[in-house]
Ligand binder design. Structure first.
Ligand SMILES: [Ca+2]
Ligand SMILES: [Ca+2]
Ligand SMILES: [Ca+2]
Length: 467
């Protein structure tokens, strides 16, 4: 079993786009420390002594939001700093991005990141009141820093009003996306040749930022055959049955590469993968399934299967392609043996009183050795048992069973069965073979032969004196 890599500590702001709580026009609300208040702003804390944070609805006073339906004003009633403190792992690379805008003219703020109390200014942003400025950057958590403050500090605001200035929106500060794949096979097995296995793969984003252009690929495991029409997104965006055809929906079966492909996440299309948010907002991630039939050649073997996903981290200046591999799913397949039987008679026309000689041949075409092989060949009325000679095992004249026992792959056993014809007529007789292992093809497990028994000729009695 492949050991999945350890899941990194997720870092992500809470309420980074100021969408909660919903406000009409604008509201000045207590920060996240004031949980006794009937309505407060999740995630964000302020250094303002009144603990107030100001949220605006998009379009209020003619200012549209940059992301979603709401945004914040850094200066609520006082010149202050708005921040969140997040647990961090030293050495982790964190990405930030934000939208900034002036209210009455050019407003300036600083971004400070670091240990609480000693955060370091990363950059200053000055924007006018006609458009949102968009900024991105990265920060690597220094050694020993297990708590990191991410803070916006008001520097100046046009208009001279301490309670007006520095709009903020669409803020992200956190770790790269990290897709974790888990795979299950249903039923768990051991299974038989010919059984259908349903593979389910769940993709969860345990990182901070969204996993973009998420494409899941699963090569149909060796020893199985894809069951047409079995693609489905079980849970998550675009859930539903998908066709095998490429280009018509979010999944397809690629016959040339013998693999299934799913485009996953929000806004996934027939052409490209979508965006999978972190488990903070999408705890169950997204789950897909497809089915295979176990090939005959897999008898007595194991089927192993691993899914992979590719996705992009678009938090930086350029998209970074990342891949994830699922745990390996191993299914045991029980041995299988395709037994065949052939029955023949040395002569198919005999006379009453003569001996009928049958030859019964049983063969194992595999893929595995057979055990408990039994051929049932009961002599019908009109035939009296004379003798049975098998290359292996013994024939029980009472039950008509020839106990062959073990029969290796490609091995053959033969029984010569002799009987005396006692009655005229057509006599049909069938031999049927069974074994302990699954027989993937039972159409060749019985064979019959018909013998014509003619009456004894009365014309040729040498003792007759009639003239
Ligand atoms: Ca927003
Ligand atoms: Ca399709
Ligand atoms: Ca068979």
């Amino acid at each position: 079993m492949a050991t999945p890599p350890a899941v990194p500590l997720r870092v992500a702001l809470v309420n980074g786009s100021f969408e909660q709580p919903a406000v009409t026009n604008f509201e000045i609300l207590p920060d996240a420390s004031q949980t006794q208040a009937p309505k407060w702003v999740p995630g964000w804390l302020t250094t303002a002594t009144d603990h107030m944070v100001e949220l605006w609805r998009s379009g209020f006073n003619g200012v549209p939001s940059a992301d979603g339906l709401q945004f914040a004003e850094l200066n609520a009633n006082q010149v202050s700093t708005l921040y969140q403190d997040l647990p961090t792992t030293p050495g982790t690379k964190l990405y930030w991005r934000l939208y900034h805008r002036g209210r009455q003219g050019q407003d300036t703020m600083a971004l400070d990141i670091g240990a609480p109390g000693s955060a370091v200014e990363q950059r200053r942003f000055t924007d006018g009141n006609t458009a949102w400025g968009y900024y991105t950057g990265t920060y690597t958590v220094p050694a020993g820093q297990t708590l990191t403050r991410f803070a916006f500090r008001s520097i100046s605001a046009a208009g001279g009003n301490r309670g007006a200035g520095n709009f903020l929106d669409g803020i992200f500060f956190g770790t790269a996306p990290y897709v974790l794949l888990t795979k299950t096979a249903v039923p768990a097995g051991p299974l038989e040749v010919g059984d259908v296995v349903t593979y389910r793969v769940t993709a969860k984003n345990e990182g901070g930022g969204a996993a973009e252009n998420l494409v899941l690929t699963d090569v149909v495991p060796a020893g199985t055959t894809y069951l047409p029409g079995s693609l489905r997104i079980v849970d998550g965006p675009n859930a539903g049955v998908k066709s095998d055809v490429k280009g018509d929906d979010q999944a397809y079966y690629d016959a040339a590469a013998n693999q299934v492909v799913f485009h996953l996440g929000n806004n996934a299309s027939a052409a490209a993968g979508g965006s999978l948010p972190s488990t903070e907002t999408q705890p169950a991630g997204t789950t897909v399934e497809y089915r295979v039939t176990i090939d005959r050649a897999s008898g007595g073997k194991q089927i192993s299967n691993t899914a992979t996903a590719s996705y992009e981290n678009r938090l930086g200046d350029r998209p970074e392609t990342l891949t994830s591999t699922s745990d390996e799913q191993v299914t045991e397949v029980k041995p299988a043996a395709d037994l065949t039987v052939a029955k023949a008679a040395d002569a198919t026309t005999v006379t009453v009183g003569q001996t009928v000689t049958y030859r019964v041949t049983v063969h194992n075409t595999g893929p595995n050795d057979a055990t408990g092989v039994t051929v049932t060949d009961q002599l019908p009325e009109g035939l009296t048992f004379l003798s049975a000679d098998g290359t292996t095992g013994s024939y029980d004249r009472a039950t008509g069973q020839w106990a062959v026992g073990d029969l290796a792959v490609d091995a053959t056993a033969t029984l010569v069965l002799r009987a005396k014809a006692t009655k005229a007529g057509r006599i049909g007789n069938t031999a049927t073979v069974t074994g302990n292992e699954k027989d993937p093809d039972t159409t060749d497990n019985a064979d019959s032969v018909t013998v014509c028994v003619e009456p004894a000729p009365s014309c040729c009695d040498p003792c007759s004196t009639e003239k």
